[in-house]
Design a protein around this ligand. Structure first.
Ligand code: PGA
Length: 259
């Protein structure tokens, strides 16, 4: 893994935007997109770059990591709606509504939806760059502790901690947070050609320490990223505060970026 430690969340978002803008001109580019608060500054940058004529995702496809099961179609926190707002609406990043793929978790059989979603990622040729956040409990996507490290897209239950963390999007009422989701599995996520994980703030310091320096374990699902050949972890100082080898990662980042 390649660790970038930045003074502020904005600096980390600048770096993530640069990685995507430099890569996305490949025909048929496929971007994996994440929800949550952390990637929002990145999406702001992608919209600005589009408005300035420096980036255009109109030829790209995007696949969301996950979706709540049973949320109302028009709920603003339905991840499809969040991503339409962030990436598509009013010109957004250039990405079109039809090119934004999210698990169809509203109706019918979520298990079938999960299987179909996995197949649709494969049919698109796989994800080129997967943007990731990380939960305080070490989840990526909604892959909570204790699951398979090689899972495919599947139906999962959210932990109490995740539902508490996400209550801020649901009138601070944990009872309004859905209990189930369809999520890309860890095996699915690991097939992306590049992973770019963003983590900011002190609340992520334990998860970042485990991700970078812990043993690979289903207790901290994100640790599977240590097995990826092209994974970049972009963090701010508070999120990096518990990294034992922070000075080394900084020196390594500097050396590689001056080369
Ligand atoms: P956050 O969520 O960016 O809102 O902290 C990250 C996650 O749960 O993956």
């Amino acid at each position: 893994m390649h660790i970038g430690i930045f003074a502020t969340p904005d600096d980390a978002a600048d770096e993530a935007a640069k990685i995507i803008i430099d890569a996305h001109t490949r025909p048929g580019f496929v971007l994996g997109v994440a929800t949550g608060s952390t990637p929002l500054p990145l999406y702001t940058r992608l919209r600005k770059a589009h408005a300035d004529g420096k980036s255009d995702l109109s030829g790209a496809q995007a696949f969301a990591l996950d979706e709540y099961v049973g949320i109302a179609a028009d709920h603003p926190e339905r991840y499809r709606n969040v991503l339409l707002t962030e990436l598509v609406k009013d010109g957004g990043t250039g990405l079109t509504d039809e090119a934004l793929h999210t698990p169809n978790a509203l109706t019918g059989d979520p298990y079938k939806a999960a299987e179909e979603y996995d197949a649709s990622i494969r049919e698109a040729g796989g994800v080129d760059i997967q943007i990731l956040g990380i939960g305080a409990d070490g989840h990526i996507g909604f892959n909570e502790p204790g699951g398979s490290l090689t899972s495919r897209t599947n139906v999962g239950a959210l932990t109490e901690q995740t539902r508490r963390d996400n209550a801020r999007f649901f009138d601070d009422d944990i009872d309004k947070v859905p209990t189930q989701c369809v999520t890309q599995g860890l095996g699915t996520i690991m097939e992306a050609r590049q992973l770019v994980l963003l983590a900011t703030g002190a609340a992520k310091a334990d998860a970042v320490r485990e991700l970078v320096e812990g043993g690979i374990s289903a207790r901290w699902p994100a640790t599977i990223m240590q097995m990826h050949t092209n994974a970049i972890v972009l963090v701010d100082e508070p999120a990096a505060a518990k990294l034992e080898l922070a000075d080394y990662y900084k020196a390594q980042w500097k050396a590689l970026h001056q080369a």
